[in-house]
Design a protein around this ligand. Structure first.
Ligand SMILES: O=C(O)c1cc(=O)[nH]c(=O)n1[C@@H]1O[C@H](COP(=O)(O)O)[C@@H](O)[C@H]1O
Length: 274
């Protein structure tokens, strides 16, 4: 999906919600465990219940890879089931020497090769230019670069002073912005870093930001929007556990729908005021 279509979807649905399918087989409702593929069945019902309220789904591949062959099957089946008007994210956090990154890019972008063609993949920038470039060779596909993450450990490296003016996360954004454009690069910025959005926007005024950390991690939607929005909205706000595990009973899909609807309502008001 290209930038223009993504912006259209945001306007149409009055939403910039991305729902995270971090589907943990130990957390899904017991009554689904008898089905042929409980993870896919869970995802299917979550997608059916929430697609009206979100513009994107992020599949965190760790939850699938950890289950071996069965997990890869759930991953491929879930990708196939995603509505094609939603922006799909393979949250795989890849990046390696060039020829290996080419294989990672094929794994998530080349349907003929792997059975999947996500719109985007999350990429760790630590190995630099040649580790990211292979992800940018595919038309209308995106690399979503980790810039300032939501976790405690982000302080270990990301806030180190890289030069007299810039912290390391600022250098990452400056450098990565040159690898492509705002048509094929996004940045991950954790919602728990509300105060940093002004700095981020100084370096990347026009890029989309993928913002995880609202919901279960406690980040504030209002703060993120106040400091992080740009004229095209420029945000995809991810919520995983708070939506998909809103209930652990028979009503899990309905509860997820309610949660997604609540967040979308807040987003509609914010977009209206833009
Ligand atoms: O790249 C990510 O998606 C990501 C980056 C980050 O800084 N923090 C972060 O939580 N994430 C992911 O975003 C999701 C957050 O899930 P919840 O906390 O359950 O909403 C998980 O899939 C994380 O792996």
């Amino acid at each position: 999906m290209n930038r223009k279509k993504l912006i259209e979807q945001i306007r149409l649905k009055k939403s910039f919600l991305c729902i995270g399918l971090d589907t943990d087989i130990t957390k899904i409702p017991a009554h689904l465990l008898d089905t042929e593929d409980p993870v896919f069945e869970f995802n299917k019902q979550i997608i059916d219940a929430t697609k009206e309220y979100c513009v994107s789904y992020k599949i965190n591949t760790a939850f699938y890879e950890s289950r071996g062959l069965a997990g890869w099957k759930s991953l491929i089946d879930t990708w196939n089931y995603l509505p094609k008007d939603t922006f799909s994210i393979a949250d795989a956090k890849r990046g390696d020497i060039g020829n290996t990154s080419e294989m990672y890019a094929k794994a998530f972008f080349d349907q003929e090769s792997s059975g999947m063609s996500f719109d985007s993949v999350t990429v760790a920038p630590y190995m630099g230019t040649d580790s990211v470039k292979p992800f940018l060779k595919f038309k209308d596909k995106w690399a979503i670069i980790l810039a300032l993450t939501s976790n405690e450990g982000s302080k270990d490296f990301q806030f180190l002073q890289a030069d007299p003016e810039n912290k390391l996360f600022e250098k990452v954004i400056q450098k990565a912005a040159d690898w492509g454009s705002n048509e094929n690069i996004m940045f991950v910025v954790g919602a728990t870093r509300g105060d940093a959005f002004l700095t981020i926007r100084k370096h990347a005024p026009n890029h989309f930001l993928l913002v995880p950390g609202v919901g279960a991690q406690g980040g504030s939607l209002a703060d993120v929007c106040k400091y992080g929005m740009n004229k095209d909205c420029g945000l995809l706000i991810n919520s995983s556990r708070a939506v998909i595990y809103a209930s652990s009973g028979h009503d899990f899909a309905q509860a997820a729908r309610e949660e997604a609807r609540k967040v979308q309502n807040e987003m509609a008001i914010i977009l209206e005021a833009m």
